[in-house]
Design a protein around this ligand. Structure first.
Ligand code: SF4
Length: 430
């Protein structure tokens, strides 16, 4: 019997489809489908372009197909994308969308406009097997994987809902519900569909998968020649504490994790993002700084430090104290592999995370759990793209932290329970 703590050892249940669904198919599969229907295989390319480049929502709209074929397809199958049941706009510009899937299950995605570009946060599973103690999705357990089409569908639906122009760069981050590396096959299939130049043609560099530390998945993803970027939600520098908040650490401790990241094949200038939440009296000591630096210097890395923003009902409500954060100035200089440090605002540890080179921030899609396991209520952590900038003092603190002489990013998110928070007061406790 598989214990609850090792639920990720078993594959999660998959969506059961009663009929062929074209939005689940890669371009090559669409070509094969057309061949099986006695059509020229290039019709598969046309369908793919119709779906992802022209964003047709029904066969009728597919004006690039002959009328007879459209009629045939219309009677054979319908085009289906996840249905948006609720959209909650935030005053920071982001919008959380709740998607109803074909079997009635709900997942969430977040649309975050950042000036000239957009970031979409995607879910990869319904529920999650990883059981992180700060996350209500973990309490749900794993219900099933999202299919590739459901993952891509979140993208298509959000782009349409926000009238996204084809010229606006789009970043995708797998930081919604679920552990994406526990659903790697479908995530990678979605990745191939999304990056296909005949469709959306998104850059692989703009797609980030964030893991809680599922080493078996890290190794599998590293074997792909074309793959997304990798981020790790670290959050602790000792096995004792990390095992407490993230059960996956009991299967792969920090040493095993570090070894697997060290082995992860990176492209030139590629770095693995480490997300680290500063919790008062728990993870913000100088010793933590030493350990974090030691961990990060083993491979090309970029660190996002996330001062924790406490709120009633959160399982973890520690904010870095002035004293401890100040002492973090003495965290060691340990620059190797070109580390970078980004000091970011707020976060819960995994699902509200800064991810890409510009330190973007995500809405926590979950309801946090209390220590006693009860649900605290629908609290959502807002993201801000407003870009409050850190002062020089902050930047130099962050630089000192890990010895980076590089310019420290000054992007700053806000996060609170509903209202963006002005993080200009961060120096007060750093
Ligand atoms: S934080 Fe992420 S990995 Fe952990 S239980 Fe929640 S959804 Fe799963």
């Amino acid at each position: 019997m598989v214990s609850k703590a090792r639920a990720w050892d078993s594959p999660a249940p998959e969506l059961v489809l009663s009929e062929l669904q074209p939005t689940e198919l890669e371009r090559e599969e669409l070509r094969a489908w057309m061949h099986a229907l006695g059509e020229p295989v290039f019709r598969g390319d046309q369908i793919f372009e119709g779906l992802y480049r022209h964003r047709f929502a029904s066969w009728n709209q597919c004006s690039n197909l002959p009328h007879a074929l459209r009629t045939k397809l219309e009677s054979a199958t319908e085009l289906r994308w996840p249905e948006v049941t609720e959209s909650i706009a935030s005053d920071d510009g982001s919008t959380k969308h709740v998607f109803r899937l074909t079997d009635g299950k709900l997942v969430e995605g977040v649309h975050m406009p950042y000036g000239t570009r957009t970031t979409l946060c995607l879910s990869s599973q319904v529920g999650c097997a990883m059981g992180c103690t700060f996350c209500a999705t973990g309490l749900m357990g794993i219900l099933r994987n999202l299919s590739a089409g459901e993952i891509v569908g979140q993208v298509m639906t959000m782009l349409k809902a926000h009238n996204h122009s084809a010229s606006t760069p789009v970043n995708l981050v797998f930081m919604g519900m679920g552990e994406p590396l526990h659903n790697l096959d479908n995530v990678m299939k979605a990745f191939r569909i999304l990056t296909d130049a005949r469709g959306l043609g998104l850059s692989p560099k703009r797609i980030t998968v964030s893991t809680s530390g599922l080493v078996s998945g890290i190794e599998r993803m590293g074997a792909y020649t074309k793959r997304p970027r990798l981020a790790l939600s670290l959050n602790a520098t000792t096995d004792a504490y990390r095992s407490r908040i993230m059960p996956v650490n009991r299967a792969w401790n920090l040493s095993a994790l570090s070894e697997s990241l060290n082995q992860f094949p990176l492209e030139k200038n590629e770095r693995i993002t480490l997300e680290y939440v500063l919790l008062k009296g728990v993870t913000d000591s100088p010793e933590d700084g030493h350990r974090l630096a030691r961990f990060a210097k083993r491979f090309p890395s970029k660190i996002n430090l996330i001062p924790f923003n406490p709120h009633e009902g959160l399982a973890l409500s520690h904010r870095p104290s002035t004293a401890s954060a100040s002492s973090a100035r003495s965290w060691p200089k340990s620059r190797s592999h070109g580390q970078r440090t980004a000091l970011t605002g707020s976060g819960c540890g995994r699902c509200l995370r800064a991810v890409d080179q510009r330190a973007e921030y995500l809405e926590h899609p979950h309801t946090p759990a209390r220590h006693d396991g009860t649900i605290a209520g629908p609290i959502f952590y807002r993201i801000s793209t407003a870009g409050f900038c850190f002062t020089k003092r902050n930047a130099s603190w962050a630089s000192a932290l890990l010895g980076s002489r590089r310019r420290v990013r000054s992007n700053i998110s806000t996060a609170s329970t509903g209202r963006p928070r002005d993080f200009r007061n961060i120096p007060a406790f750093i």
